[in-house]
Design a protein around this ligand. Structure first.
Ligand SMILES: Cc1ncc(COP(=O)(O)O)c(C=O)c1O
Length: 512
């Protein structure tokens, strides 16, 4: 029986469409258990019913490994760069010319299926022909050559380009847009906007005397969540609480930190427990807002990720976010959804907050990564009253909007959000099956679209699994204490999911 299966699912064998959609998790697990009885023998292939491969002209077929990673050339280059800067975080060096679609090629000629995509920031894969074409279009050249100080001397086509790109995907209720360069500077300036707005709003309400605030530099705060990540600049870092290494030795601000729900997965199976946990956290949020007001440091804004990403892919329900938004409103705080990592389509909707099902999701939504540059959308009320209050030299990069325009065209033309939903289901279903098959190694599979994660039994196992999987040709990332996160590009299809699952199964089967 096993040899037949091995033959059927070995590379090159004819593959049938995977017909199991993502049903109730319990049904899934029952299915998985039955399904996996055939798979307990170590070394057997993960039984994937692969979808027909959509042959993409520009992509490779499969990983191809020549050396362990990092290979000798990467190691040599790391030594060279180490003479110039700290290289403690460098994994390996890349050959971006040779990389295509979902496959990243390294300096030693190893070709890996990339499920990490430059920390979740590659929207449509490497060297996409549409982006290559945009670079060679003579009409675009001046945008690549001349980088303007957008706050004072924007190019004449800037309003038109913003309308065509960023505003065409503006979140519901967001009429205004501020461009920036990276995720941290987007959040940093979004926080400033909330402070400026809050000051105006409290003055308008004549509450200022109650708060005994000094004029000019008020003692305001931003409420953030334990496990959240909003960047590494000083203001953002005060709201980042994911890893010690980010914050060590850096002074911080006395701002409130609320607990983020620690949910049990699959969410559907633990609805009652999870809703109790969320209620506990919301109660704490309200207490903290009151406490900080009494301390003379009122909360001007609440910042939250729709899925806590760096902190370990921690999810919360739509109900939680809607109630949180209402608590913020009730206490006169602005509500900021940080979509730097979740935005741009990976959850199967363009913005993760669209899953909340409300047309008034937030006052501010910040973005970067898959959007290729940074910025934030906001409501009319958060518009600062004067120039130079929200400002820096570049304030974004119009050449990135040219690429974004192509990215948005491809997302629409190729229905990539539907593709993400489809390949995400295949990925998550496979993860459910693997955690059933290897319960001593894996647990807590979770995800939305391809924005998925699974936990290893401890951090050492997680790190080992990442390295072993990489040596077999799949690049993954870690997050939180012991999670593996999946962040493929939007061009990741079902057959890529099965390719990964097969390789990961081999790694797990060999794992001691
Ligand atoms: C949710 C979130 N916010 C902000 C940031 C910071 O973005 P950047 O690294 O571009 O400064 C990140 C980066 O990973 C992020 O995931």
């Amino acid at each position: 029986m096993l040899s037949v299966l091995n033959h059927l699912y070995s590379p090159g064998a004819v593959k049938g469409r995977c017909s199991v959609s993502l049903p109730m998790a319990s049904v899934l697990l029952t299915f998985s258990l039955r399904h996996n009885l055939r798979l307990v023998a170590s070394g057997c292939r993960y039984v994937s019913k692969t979808a027909p491969k959509t042959l993409s002209e520009f992509e490779y077929d499969a990983p191809s490994m020549k050396t362990p990673v990092p290979g000798p050339k990467s190691q040599e280059l790391k030594k060279q760069l180490g003479e110039i800067q700290n290289v403690g975080a460098i994994n390996f060096f890349c050959n971006y010319e040779e990389s295509r679609g979902n496959y990243l090629v390294d300096a030693d000629g190893n070709r890996m299926l990339d499920l990490y995509t430059q920390i979740s920031s590659v929207p449509i894969g490497y060297n996409h022909p549409a982006l290559m074409k945009a670079v060679t279009n003579p009409n675009n050249l001046s945008a690549f050559v001349n980088r303007p100080a957008l706050g004072i001397l924007p190019p004449e086509n800037f309003p038109e380009k913003l309308i065509e790109t960023l505003l065409s995907v503006a979140p519901s209720g967001m009429t205004r847009l501020q461009t920036m360069a990276c995720g941290s500077c987007s959040n940093e300036n979004a926080f400033k906007s909330m402070f400026i707005w809050y000051r105006v709003s409290v003055l308008a309400c004549s509450y200022v005397c109650l708060f005994k605030q000094a004029p000019g530099c008020p003692d305001l705060s931003i409420l953030s969540f334990m496990g959240g990540f909003h960047g590494r600049t000083l203001g953002c870092l005060a709201t980042t609480h994911s890893k010690v290494i980010h914050k060590l030795d850096i002074p911080s601000l006395d701002w409130p930190i609320a607990p983020f729900p620690r949910l049990q997965y699959p969410l559907e199976e633990f609805a009652r427990e999870n809703s109790q946990e969320e209620a506990r956290c919301l109660e704490e949020v309200e207490d903290l807002i009151v406490k900080w007001r009494q301390k003379g440091k009122p909360v001007a804004g609440v910042v939250v990720e729709p899925i806590q990403a760096e902190g370990g892919d921690n999810h919360a329900s739509s109900d939680f976010f809607i109630k949180l938004r209402n608590i913020a409103r009730k206490h006169g705080c602005a509500f900021h959804a940080d979509e730097v990592q979740t935005g741009g389509g990976a959850t199967g909707k363009f913005w993760a907050h669209e899953h909340w099902g409300t047309d008034d999701p937030a006052d501010i939504v910040s973005f970067s990564k898959k959007m290729l540059s940074g910025g934030y959308y906001h409501t009319d009320e958060l518009q600062p009253d004067k120039g130079y209050r929200i400002f820096n030299t570049w304030m974004g990069d119009p050449s990135k909007n040219l690429f974004l325009s192509e990215v948005l065209n491809i997302i629409r033309r190729e229905n990539l959000l539907e593709e993400v939903t489809r390949s995400g289901k295949a990925l998550l279903q496979g993860l459910y099956e693997l955690q059933t098959q290897y319960p001593h190694l894996l647990s807590r599979a979770r995800g939305q679209g391809t924005f998925c994660a699974i936990d290893a039994r401890d951090d050492v196992t997680r790190d080992n699994l990442l390295l072993k999987t990489r040596d077999k040709g799949v690049l993954l990332g870690g997050c939180g204490e012991r999670s593996i996160r999946f962040r493929p590009a939007l061009v990741f299809k079902e057959h890529h999911a099965h390719q990964f699952l097969n390789i990961f199964n081999d790694v797990l089967a060999e794992y001691k």
